[in-house]
Design a protein around this ligand. Structure first.
Ligand SMILES: [Zn+2]
Length: 248
């Protein structure tokens, strides 16, 4: 299977999905990463060399990807901190989906505004997720949307499954007990951003998810299955009999 993980910042993937990614690569699936922003707002130091920070964060992200078996890492290079779900971004993500033709795409949950009563979800996470959501559907599979991509040679592609990380409504839990050490090692590759205490915090989150599902560590997702053959057939049959009723 081909799988594409899309995230706003270098390190987002390592917080939420890297354990599951390690499991997928262990199983022989092909996983690619796409980082939408350049991570250049990842320092508040007045004298920070932000161009150097962008360079360093790319290196860290490639190292983190390698920890869980991923070598294809794409950087779209949008400025960090002010991302918007523009048509330009949706086109860039649509191009990537049509190029890689993944059956499964992983994004953040674009509806998540507050996490508990202690964290306001970063707007870049929501913007990247919204652009990616609508790149998956309808843009990637619909021929007349972004005709310029056809001219570039990118034919439409339908994604089968959409996995949302950091969702308020998780319905799928992946046992990552065998992958947790590699996940934390990947997270700690982001040396410019996180220290060992963050690794301990993420391990605790995953242990809490694991406790709910009878394993040591778990990651949680909301999963949309966009291709349901049985449903398609039923809708098609109903459409032939009564198109208006089938759409209700
Ligand atoms: Zn982030």
């Amino acid at each position: 299977m081909r799988i594409l993980v899309i995230a706003a910042h270098p390190d987002d993937i390592e917080f939420g999905v890297a354990g599951t990614v390690a499991q997928w690569t262990d199983e022989g699936h092909d996983v690619s990463y796409c980082l939408v922003t350049d991570g250049g707002a990842g320092s508040n130091a007045p004298d920070a060399d932000l161009a150097e920070l962008v360079r360093v964060r790319k290196v860290e992200q490639r190292e983190a990807a390698a920890c869980v078996g991923v070598t294809d890492v794409r950087f779209l290079g949008y400025p960090d901190g002010t991302l918007q779900p523009t048509l330009e971004l949706r086109r860039d993500l649509t191009r990537l989906i049509r190029e890689l033709k993944p059956q499964r795409v992983v994004i953040s949950d674009p509806t998540m505004v507050f996490a508990g009563n202690y964290y306001i979800n970063h707007p870049d996470h929501r913007a990247a997720a919204e652009a990616a959501l609508y790149a998956v559907f309808p843009s990637a599979g619909t021929r007349p949307i972004f005709p310029e991509l056809l001219a570039e040679g990118y034919e439409p592609h339908d994604v089968d499954e959409l996995w949302l990380q950091f969702s308020d409504h998780p319905d799928t839990f992946v046992d990552v007990s065998a992958q947790e050490d590699r996940k934390i090692a990947a997270l700690l590759c982001h040396r410019s951003q996180v220290g060992p205490e963050v690794g301990d915090m993420v391990r605790k989150w995953d242990a809490e998810d694991g406790l709910k599902h009878g394993c040591a560590y778990a990651e949680s997702f909301r999963v949309m299955r966009l291709k349901q053959p049985a449903l398609d057939e039923a809708v098609q049959e109903a459409m032939q009999e009564s198109p208006a009723a089938a759409l209700d």
